[in-house]
Design a binder for this molecule. Structure first.
Ligand code: HEM
Length: 419
């Protein structure tokens, strides 16, 4: 799928990958901080917020946006207008800038207001809110650019992904409003936080990446399960986030609604996995393996007894990174390689290996690991192995920059390429 116009959007990948390296390094340093203490007065909770917000706002979101924009002409059957190209370019740059800004604010202040002389400013909340406004701008230009185009599978998945991004953002606005009005209700705060965190991940990220898999593998989207599994996903997602809220916080009938949603999401994900396993390029298989872990876990926690067990087993961080590092991140790399070629996106197997090792080292940190085998070594191992994806991504970035600069130079030498 490598046309000249598609090469125009490769800068989005290089910048998003640079941000991944910063966020992943923050994650790895967090592991060392948990071992040796945090330097420069940094606080663990703030570093964790900085890591997760940068991964959400500055890695997955702009990487997904850049890849979606690159595929739109092929999927709509018409080139992007110059105006849409300009708007998409400016919005993705703004998304990246605001994401890095929010990272700095969360790292230094967390959710506490920043003090500038006599002025106290909720800087993280302000920058996180500006991030959300830039996403709304992307949605508006996307819908403008795809207006009237046939809603084939990738576009259906991206329409739903963006709608869930908007729905998830209501949770984030809710968190900001409860902070301003000092509303301290554990159920309300859990509902709003998980509406944002989980629907943003399972809705925007997962449907976004599944849309890329469908765009890159049109044969898969013709499978008889493709449309049915998509519908199951889209119907179950709005309430499946209830499964991430501690079981004891929710009345049983509310949790039952969450379980029904989780059942549809789990079956929908398995349907997509079967469809893509048969119809997609092999480079998608590591991401699909992690998605199958996620789909099975989603089906399992529909049962309150298993959900209580997984809370006691302290599997939340593992569960999150199966999805976000295993499926979403490796899925983005597979999509980038299909979209821009193996010459531009090198080292995918190194990253797959590094991610698999990192996720394995999270098991000894949970309570499924026999208590007798616990020890400081489990945290040391997790800390050192956490640098694996950082190094692999650095190699991928350097390789990509070399190809990109070579292309920029060739365009300068041969202006005919610009036309
Ligand atoms: C090299 C890759 C990564 C490393 C080393 C890493 C490391 C970490 C660490 C150390 C924590 C805190 C664990 C704890 O509290 O015990 C964490 C939490 C988290 N990470 Fe990552 N992570 C990585 C990739 C990702 C990616 C790709 C995403 C999202 C796209 C992500 C999203 C999150 C989230 C949402 C949390 C939980 C935050 C919270 O509870 O407030 N991480 N990660």
């Amino acid at each position: 799928m490598i046309g000249e116009e598609n090469r125009l959007w490769r800068w989005t990948w290089l910048l998003a990958l640079s941000v991944f390296i910063l966020a992943a390094t923050t994650g790895a340093l967090m592991r060392f901080g948990l071992l040796k203490g945090f330097p420069w007065g940094l606080q663990y909770t703030n570093v964790r917020h900085a890591h997760s917000h940068l991964m959400y706002f500055g890695w997955v979101t702009p990487a997904l946006m850049g890849l979606m924009v690159t595929w739109l002409p092929a999927l709509t059957g018409r080139p992007l207008s110059a105006l849409s190209q300009t708007r998409f370019r400016r919005i993705i740059r703004l998304v990246l800038l605001l994401a890095v800004g929010a990272y700095g604010a969360f790292l230094l202040y967390g959710y506490r207001p920043a003090q500038f002389g006599s002025l106290r400013l909720p800087l993280s909340t302000i920058l996180a809110s500006l991030n959300m406004i830039s996403w709304y701008a992307f949605m508006a230009v996307y819908w403008q650019a795809t207006k009237g185009a046939a809603r084939i599978s990738p576009l259906r998945l991206w329409d739903a992904a963006l709608a869930f991004m908007a729905l998830a953002s209501l949770g984030a606005w809710g968190v900001a409003v409860t902070a301003v009005f000092r509303i301290q209700d554990p159920v309300v705060s859990a509902l709003l936080t998980h509406l944002f965190l989980d629907l943003f991940a399972s809705g925007w990220f997962v449907l976004g990446v599944l849309g890329l898999a469908s765009a890159a593998n049109p044969r898969a989207s013709r499978h008889r399960w493709a449309a049915k599994s998509e519908s199951l996903l889209i119907m179950g997602l709005p309430v499946a986030f209830l499964l991430s809220i501690p079981v004891n916080l929710l009345p049983p009938f509310v949790r039952l609604i969450g379980s029904l949603g989780g059942l549809m999401v789990g079956l929908g994900l398995w349907g997509q996995i079967v469809v893509l396993w048969q119809g997609a390029e092999k480079r998608w298989r590591p991401a699909l393996l992690f998605l199958s872990l996620e789909a099975t876990a989603t089906l399992a926690v529909t049962l309150p007894a298993i959900a209580r067990w997984s809370e006691r087993a302290n599997l939340r961080i593992s569960y999150l990174h199966w999805l976000l590092l295993g499926f979403v991140t490796l899925g983005l790399v597979a999509a980038a390689q299909t979209t821009w070629g193996e010459e531009f996106v090198k080292g995918r197997r190194w990253l797959v290996t590094a991610v698999a090792l990192l996720i394995l080292t999270l098991i000894p940190l949970s309570n499924v690991w026999p208590a007798a085998w616990h020890g400081r070594w489990t945290m040391q191992l997790a800390a050192w192995v956490a640098f694996g994806p950082v190094l692999a991504a650095c190699g991928m970035l350097i390789g990509g920059i070399n190809v990109y600069l070579g292309w920029v130079r060739s365009r300068r030498l041969d202006p005919a390429q610009n036309s």
